[in-house]
Design a protein around this ligand. Sequence first.
Ligand code: FAD
Ligand code: UDP
Length: 364
Amino acid sequence: MRDYLIIGSGLFGAVFAHEAKKAGKSVLVIERRDHVGGNIYCEEMDGINVHKYGAHIFHTSYKDVWEYVNQFVEFNNYVNSPVANYKGELYNLPFNMNTFAKLWGIVTPAEAAAKILEQRTAIKGEPQNLEEQAISLVGTDIYTKLIKGYTEKQWGCNCTELPAFIIKRLPVRYTFDNNYFNDRYQGIPMGGYNKLISALLDEIDVRTGVDYNDSRAEFEGIAQKVVYTGPVDAYFAYKLGQLEYRGLRFATERLEEVNHQGVAVMNYTEREVPYTRVIEHKHFEFGMQPITYVTKEYPTDWHPGEEAYYPVNNERNQRLYQQYAELAAKEEKVIFGGRLAEYKYYDMDDVIKSALECACRELH
Ligand code: FAD
Ligand code: UDP
């Protein structure tokens, strides 16, 4: 009998598997998809690492997590500085002095602050939803041009129906600084994310193309404990109802061009363009290839059985998740971890931190 059966080879499963093996435990990883890595998986096309499940930029303020990943692969010095395209007008992101200067023709931080102050007077007290939070942070002009359309197509509902925290992910700065993240450390693995996953899963038994929830009987009694990183409601056969997600569709094209858009990520912020972002993958690794690959990212309604991308954080889903979490807590031989099992809008560094903490509690 093995010590651990790990369901899912994304970052949570791969980090846990690595730590368990290092602690002398025997491990088997099973993965539903036909490849390992979960959402960070890349496919190499003409020497360019194409991010198959959306652009992934590693950023963290956890020194221990940064040192952890750098043991396995060296990271480059890529800094994410996306550009917003609103009806052909280009603005720097995140919201900073470059954005304010282009939008209002102002020059100083004091002038920008005065503009925003004037535009946020409508919001009194603590913001109750994403719209109020956005206006209170950056005023109505930026809300209208750079947030409303993007957010409504991304989430498929009105900004007044979304929680405020989603927009707090983005920095607002009164300096000329286009770095999308405030974190201390940032970069892309040199040679792609698959190198990180391969190193984590080195010498670990992995079976791809196997869905645990469809073949439980086969794995019954195979290990002392299970680490489950799939959707929590699927584990319990949806007996309390289904958690909702936002879906995505990716349309990738190969173009006979050296440089298509001059930036890795361009956000299309008006409602009428059906995609949210266009990714030009080569720029993540400063590629010099004679051709390029671009991917349009279309938000979609999600249907059961499709790939689940973003948890929909509304009250109904949070309540339902809490009920599943109570069931999960009673499963003594199963550890639930990662973005699907915990139904959380986790970044990669959060997932790694959580897997390391889990491994530490479990193995030492
Ligand atoms: P996953 O990567 O989803 O891995 C879970 C694995 O379990 C999957 O491979 C799945 O196939 C498998 N599985 C599920 N059910 C079963 C089953 N029943 N049987 C067998 N296997 C199963 N984070 C950042 O830090 N920076 C970014 O720039 C960033 N960009 C993102 C962009 C997009 C579009 C999305 C959707 C997410 C982004 N993230 C980003 C978040 C990041 O993808 C996640 O934090 C991280 O990959 C989650 O790892 P995980 O192991 O929890 O889940
Ligand atoms: N957002 C926006 N305009 C943009 C980029 C982001 O309004 O140009 C909002 C949108 O609501 C999005 C949230 O900010 O869901 C968080 O953006 P982030 O880039 O962190 O989203 P992710 O990369 O996780 O999809």
